[in-house]
Design a protein around this ligand. Structure first.
Ligand SMILES: Cc1ncc(COP(=O)(O)O)c(C=O)c1O
Length: 316
């Protein structure tokens, strides 16, 4: 007998047989480059329909944050992309750094200094089938989305998170690699939202805390910062690494440690980290409020130090 499954109910956007509505216009403030050339975000014809990024999610991406016209920790993002490209066997074009440099210059010329910058690299076009083509020409898309000057995550409401039904597979060949396959995250995020939460936390297959749908997670037990290690299927976040550096600099004890959900009860504080969210305090996990009012003292110290780090590294 198969277990009953809850299906996500997705709104049907138009009645069967009726003309589909026109696609939504691109969000304002998006600048786009496809394979090195500036592209019009309103045009529908950028990529081949046979691109393996589209047909197989066979590719990688990085989401970076530009502050004052400079990308925060570009080198670390490119190193992570490079590692993912080795795992997938995608030959990265050598001129990515130049492309990004030109794009950021154009963005500044267009008055865009604070932005989410997404670099997507797919294996490129191939005939149907799984076999990677021997002479694949990777497709490279860079999109710069203007953002408000600072996210100021701490000024936003603290997050209510729930545990996802699905698990992160720490045994997957792509564990810890930022591939284009985010469908598990998309569904877990939608389920969390449908349940009234802001985000979901994945456990790994062994039942340890892993990460959120597109963020890493930290807990604070006593004065000690804990975050799940790579072995729990987490993406090695650039912000996560910065937080571990900050903790060392501030003398806050911090370590990577496998955490079981019961141990979350020992945590006074918790927060998520990502390039776009920065340091985002958690108010409750599965309807249980964190004992220390969010943002707690340690979260606030880390967030203030992160803001200072960004100012130092991306000075106007
Ligand atoms: C699954 C996942 N984990 C963690 C992160 C945080 O990584 P970073 O700090 O490099 O943005 C992301 C970022 O998008 C992510 O998608």
């Amino acid at each position: 007998m198969t277990a009953a499954r809850t299906e996500l109910s997705l709104d049907v956007p138009h009645a069967p047989g009726a003309e589909p509505p026109p696609p939504p216009p691109p969000p304002p403030g998006v600048l786009l480059w496809v394979n090195g050339s500036r592209a019009d975000p309103a045009s529908a014809t950028h990529l081949s329909a046979l691109d393996r990024g589209f047909t197989l999610a066979d590719g990688l991406f990085e989401t970076m944050r530009a502050y004052h016209g400079s990308l925060f920790r570009l080198d670390q993002h490119l190193d992570r992309l490079d590692h993912g490209a080795r795992v997938l066997g995608i030959p990265l074009p050598l001129d990515l750094r130049t492309l990004i440099g030109h794009a950021m210059r154009d963005a500044r010329d267009a008055g865009v200094y604070d932005a989410a910058v997404r670099l997507t690299v797919s294996r490129g076009v191939s005939p149907p089938g799984l076999a990677p083509p021997p002479n694949a020409q990777p497709t490279v898309v860079l999109a710069v989305h203007a953002l408000p000057v600072r996210n100021a995550a701490l000024d936003q409401h603290a997050l209510h998170v729930c545990t996802a039904r699905a698990r992160r597979n720490e045994h997957a060949l792509t564990a810890g690699v930022k591939t284009l396959d985010y469908v598990e995250s998309v569904l877990a995020f939608a389920e969390a939202r449908a349940a009234g939460a802001d985000d979901a936390l994945f456990l790994d297959t062994a039942g340890h805390l892993s990460e959120a749908t597109a963020s890493n997670v930290f807990t604070v037990v006593g004065e000690t910062l804990l975050t799940p290690p790579a072995g729990c299927g987490v993406l090695p976040g650039i912000t996560r690494a910065a937080v571990l550096e900050i903790a060392a600099a501030l003398g806050i004890p911090a370590r990577e440690q496998a955490i079981v959900p019961d141990q979350l009860r020992d945590a006074g504080e918790a927060f998520l980290t990502s390039s776009l969210r920065e340091i985002a305090p958690i108010a409750s996990i599965d309807h249980r409020s964190m004992p220390n009012r969010a943002p707690g003292t340690v979260t606030r110290r880390v967030a203030d130090a992160f803001a200072a780090l960004v100012q130092r590294e991306c000075a106007p």
